[in-house]
Structures are given as structure tokens and as C-alpha cells.
Design a protein around this ligand. Structure first.
Ligand code: AMP
Length: 249
């Protein structure tokens, strides 16, 4: 069976982003871009399933600008067999991405799609859920354990106050949480091998999807600067301030 893994190119998690002076968004010119960390976990999980013998092929998909090819090559260096780039310069929102992924699912017929639970740039946490809805497939979000069985997948999820275990009939959608696995270190030989793996490029139009945004960003602003802290002489002074100034105890 095939597994499809959507991977998003995002600002690297170490970069401190700056809001553009016209407040239309954050400045991503000349900043380091990387694969969304939750997607790395998704590629790792799909690769482990392949190594266990339960999966025949792992296909990585990225939607966005031409440079998303680098993200796909990273996915292939981790273990994906091939990549598909849905190339567009349009600003992509989760619904448009979900529609493009649905078109690819219809074409490739995977039994499982493993996405990240959220992209660390827009923090939307929507694409997997929207894709499940468009396909009419069952979904298990925030997976911390994935076990493939005959025609089904068992997923453990982290929920408030504990763990929840779901059994889904395949085909299904799973989104990854941080504790699902620790992605492997990408080695140079695997980076070299990944360069030779097939990478197909299509456009949203080829997939019959209009990528135009449905939501308008009105304004992006910096969070208010934090006020400087103060030092207190002793515990009694701290308790007094918490009680009488901050009024939190
Ligand atoms: P979001 O709903 O934007 O928080 O993204 C959730 C997940 O959807 C990501 O972790 C990716 O797996 C997938 N995804 C979102 N946008 C893209 C994109 N442009 N290309 C490929 N995958 C994407």
C-alpha cells in the first residue's frame, strides 16, 4: 500500500520572524526555510512503516513555490520514494491545500495520508481535518503512536488528561504530534540518493483546483513588549506582591 505525506516548507523554527512594516505579514525574504517539524515526523513514521514491510511506497507532496523541491528532497533523504510538487506562487491557505491533496489522493489512491498536526508558520491545524472531510475518510489527529493492521490503523492520541486509542478503517487520515517519533538524522549518502529519486511537478490547474485565498489577512502585529521584571528581597515580599499587587493568590 501507498502512504502520502504532505510536507510544507516553512520558516525554520530557530528563526525569529519580524513583522513587515506595512503589517501585511512577516518578512520571509532571506530567512532560513525548512520542512515543517511535524511533517518531518510524518515522513519518519511513513518510512518506519515501510521499513517494517507494511507499506510499499511513500510519496511526499509539497504545495507552493519552486523551492519546495528542496523540502521534497529532504523528505526523500529521510526515506520517501518519490516527490510531487504542486507548484504555485499563490498564497496558499489550508482549504486550497486540502483540495489539491484530495486531487492527488484520487490519482494516487493511497490507503493512508500522514500529515503534520499543524504548520508552525500559520498554526492553522486545519489541513488534515479538511482533507478528511473532503474525502469522507476517518481521521485521527495528534497521533503519538501508529500501528498498521489488516485494513485498519490503530492510533494513540494525546488528549487532555491522558491517552485515547482509536481504531480506524483504512483508508484514513492521521496527523502527527511531537512525541510520535524522533526523526532520523539525514546522512550525506541519503541526500545524494535522494537527488536521483523521481520528482514530478504539476500545477493546481492540472489538478482542477483554484488556489485563490478565501480569507483576507487584515493586519499582523508584534506581540506587546514584555515589561522588565523586578527583584524581591525575600519570599515574604514575593507573597505580599502576589497577594496585594498582582492579586493572583
Ligand atoms: P496547517 O493546517 O496549515 O496547520 O497544516 C497542517 C499540515 O498540513 C502540515 O503539517 C502539512 O502536513 C500539511 N500542509 C499544509 N500546507 C501544506 C503545503 N503547502 N504543502 C504540503 N503540505 C501542507
Amino acid at each position: 500500500m501507498k502512504v502520502l505525506v504532505p510536507v510544507k516548507r516553512v520558516v525554520d523554527y530557530n528563526v525569529k520572524v519580524r513583522v513587515k512594516s506595512d503589517q501585511t505579514g512577516v518578512d520571509i525574504a532571506n530567512v532560513k526555510m525548512s520542512m515543517n517539524p511535524f511533517d518531518e515526523i510524518a515522513v519518519e513514521e511513513a518510512t518506519r512503516l515501510k521499513e517494517k514491510g507494511s507499506v510499499a511506497e511513500v510519496i511526499a507532496v509539497s504545495c507552493g513555490v519552486a523551492q519546495c523541491q528542496e523540502t521534497l528532497r529532504t523528505a526523500m533523504a529521510i526515506g520517501a520514494d518519490r516527490g510531487v510538487l504542486v507548484q504555485t506562487d499563490a498564497e496558499l491557505q489550508p482549504l486550497a491545500v486540502a483540495k489539491m491533496l484530495k486531487a492527488l489522493v484520487d490519482k494516487e489512491q493511497p490507503q493512508l495520508v500522514i500529515l503534520g498536526k499543524q504548520a508552525i508558520d500559520d498554526d492553522a491545524n486545519q489541513t488534515g481535518q479538511m482533507l478528511a472531510a473532503l474525502l469522507g475518510w476517518p481521521q485521527a489527529t495528534f497521533a503519538s503512536k501508529v500501528e498498521l493492521g489488516e485494513g485498519q490503523v490503530t492510533v494513540t492520541r494525546e488528549v487532555d488528561g491522558g491517552l485515547e486509542t482509536l481504531k480506524l478503517k483504512l483508508p484514513a487520515i492521521v496527523t502527527t504530534d511531537l512525541r510520535l517519533n524522533e526523526p532520523r538524522y539525514v546522512t550525506l549518502p541519503n541526500i545524494m540518493k535522494a537527488k536521483k529519486k523521481p520528482l514530478e511537478t504539476v500545477t493546481p490547474q492540472d489538478l482542477g483546483v483554484d488556489p485563490a485565498p478565501r480569507l483576507k489577512t487584515l493586519k499582523v502585529t508584534e506581540p506587546p513588549a514584555r515589561k522588565a521584571g523586578i527583584k524581591v528581597a525575600d519570599v515574604a515580599a514575593l507573597v505580599d506582591k502576589l497577594k496585594n499587587e498582582a492579586k493572583v493568590i
